[in-house]
Design a protein around this ligand. Sequence first.
Ligand code: UD1
Length: 341
Amino acid sequence: MAKNIIVTGGAGYIGSHTVVSLIENGFNPIIIDDFRNANRIVVEGLKTILNQDPLILEGDVCDAVFLSSVFEKYEPEAVIHFAAYKAVGESVAEPLKYYQNNINGLMNVLNNMLKHNIKNFVFSSSCTVYGEPDGAKEVTEETAKNLPSSPYGYTKWMGEQIIEDVFNANPFLKIINLRYFNPVGAHKSALIGEFPIGKPNNLLPFVTQTAVGKQEMLTVFGNDYPTPDGTCIRDYIHVCDLANAHVKAVDYLISNQNGLLENINIGTGKGTSVKEIIQTFVKETGVVLNWQYGPRRMGDVIEIYANAKKAEQLLGWKAELTIADAVRDAWKWELKLANQI
Ligand code: UD1
């Protein structure tokens, strides 16, 4: 029988793509989401892609009674914990909202795992835990963590610390912190994708929204950085590749008998500048994009990209899709949202 996997935040951007990968790989995802940051269109999209109704339980991961009842009823083999806020700027303006939700949600999930004797856990972490890397811009999991530049970043940084402490006290747990680099793109069907609420913070949604006319102009934050073209460098990873990494992580946890705690970078291993993203978008879509250079954005890391060898060695995972794939898929999704396809 297909193993139950609880996916908190499973109607969100990365969560919904992971639900597709889980089902395609023979798992039975149980989505927990309260739709505060997700759109119900995703549910329709999932139905069409999967040709079945996804199991969605509406509720808040911070609700201990609700979560306990779900764990008791479904006896999951593993938990993948996505549900969290992720907007850097908003976290600076409303830090308590972030600490309240992201930290309490994580603690509630961990408490219930212990209570219901569930051992396998995948945590959505982020390359934000490296801060601005001191030395090489290609970071391995051994690269020293630096202090993050936002409350959002701190919730991931502290999340990892909480997990380490809980693991040390309960070494039978099997845990993988996936440190995502910059997720981009959408499912190739254009039936699920990202729904930025309000004005997007992230680069690619801002690019596609500008191209479709929802935003007037993309501003590139800074062109005087010490990089080849003066713009910041990131490791942009297609969301479908990222989704597959979760399935590999769950497989790895289930196939191991003993307790473990691993941090694993999930990126392509290649740095791409903001300017290169714009150039790729224009080349791949043939669409005109209004853009200009503007001042630097506070708190931006100059350059960071993953050394993704550990993911390949331990999980047998590596990125397969390219940035060109991601911009094409993101554009198709934007057109879909604008009812243009
Ligand atoms: C940030 C977080 C990351 C988090 C991600 C989630 C930090 C340091 N990084 O990533 O941990 O997982 O958000 O959403 O906390 N850019 C522009 N113009 C725009 C938007 C962005 O030039 O309108 C540039 C930025 O300056 C940056 C690059 O595009 O160089 C990527 O920015 P963004 O998509 O916001 O991601 P990060 O800041 O890397």
